[in-house]
Design a protein. Sequence first.
Length: 154
Amino acid sequence: MPTVAPPSPAPMAPPTPAAAVTAMNAPPSLPPAAPVKPTPAAAPAAVAAAGQPPRILFSGAGADLPDGAKGVLDAMAQRLAGDAHLRLQLVAYASGTADQANQARRVSLQRALAVRSYLMEHGVANTRMDVRALGNHNEGDDPPDRVDIVLLEH
């Protein structure tokens, strides 16, 4: 019986450099993403009641600047740019019990510094801002986790 050689594979052309790069950079196939659950709406990040200074509201114990506050801070930076006689006082608060006074003071300072840093990045000189970290020394019914922005003339 004659021996039959198995068929040889068809010759392949070497890949072009562009095809090789495309193949290497192609993302791996991923399973479909799970649907994202909507999160409940957070408290407003910035409010200004009639007769009160603008304030930035924070949620929880964090000091990250809320995205909603950036519009208020941008407007504040523009206002200071238009009037060299204005200064700011950033008065920061954080919730906490009497036993947590030190931690509340640190958190309030971090919040005031986050607001100050944002304003400095948008052209407000550090020398035109004062920072007061009052921790959990909140009076009245004001929200405890906030930074009040007080405009001063000098």
